[in-house]
Design a protein around this ligand. Structure first.
Ligand code: E4P
Length: 217
């Protein structure tokens, strides 16, 4: 499974890249606004760091304007993937962009039918928001299963990104289902390293090693 970081924070991305387990990054207008950085400069900076797919989202809602915006974003760097909202205009824009070879990530996906339409239009990625689905009393993981099944049935090449990930068990379940990618907030990624028995085990090994060295003297 590929791991993307769901952040526009450079320090978090640098740390993830140094750990060697980050394959890409997703951003959205909220994450960019949180950083207060220049949008295009920040996307370029992230692309240079990650050297993998970096999603940058359009703001327009009209398909022609989305296509124009997407072309500009794609010209920032070869790693840019243009995030397009799941609307009829969005799907129309994805169809045009995929014909031009511009990579797209259809975002704000909350149903299997939306994911089916995104794949039909030739989206490179589709992003079901599992956490927001759970927040609304439905089952985000069930949606991932449905989408994976539909894509397998018809051999769609669109890759599924589990988005709106809230906690480490979301990542485990996503991996068990066989989803292509999880885009993970940095604090969730950090939690994935942790287990109390690992800490206890390290402490005990070091204590035993110290005792062994003291006995040898
Ligand atoms: C995905 O690409 C989105 O940026 C993100 O996962 C949204 O997550 P949220 O529901 O925590 O805002």
């Amino acid at each position: 499974m590929k791991i993307f970081l769901d952040t526009a924070n450079i320090d978090e991305i640098r740390q993830g890249v140094e750990w060697g387990i980050v394959d890409g990054v997703t951003t959205n207008p909220t994450l960019i606004a949180k950083e207060g950085a220049d949008f295009e400069k920040r996307i370029k900076e992230i692309c240079e760091l990650v050297q993998g797919p970096v999603s940058a989202e359009v703001i327009s809602l009209d398909w022609k304007e989305m296509v124009e915006e997407a072309r500009k974003l794609a010209s920032i760097d070869e790693y840019v993937v243009v995030k397009i909202p799941m609307t009829p205009d969005g799907i129309r824009a994805v169809k045009v962009l995929s014909a031009e070879g511009i990579k797209t990530n259809v975002t704000l996906v909350f149903s299997a039918n939306q994911a089916l339409l995104a794949a039909k239009a030739g989206a490179t990625f589709v992003s079901p928001f599992i956490g927001r689905i759970d927040d609304n009393g439905n089952d985000g993981l069930r949606l991932l299963e449905e989408i994976m099944q539909i894509y397998t049935n018809y051999g769609f090449e669109t890759e599924v990104i589990a988005a709106s990930v809230r906690h480490p068990m979301h990542v485990v379940e996503t991996a068990m289902i066989g989803v292509d990618i999880a885009t993970i907030p940095f604090d969730v990624l950090k939690k994935m390293f942790l287990h109390p028995l690992t800490d206890v085990g390290i402490k005990r090994f070091l204590q035993d090693w110290e005792a062994y060295k003291a006995n040898k003297k």
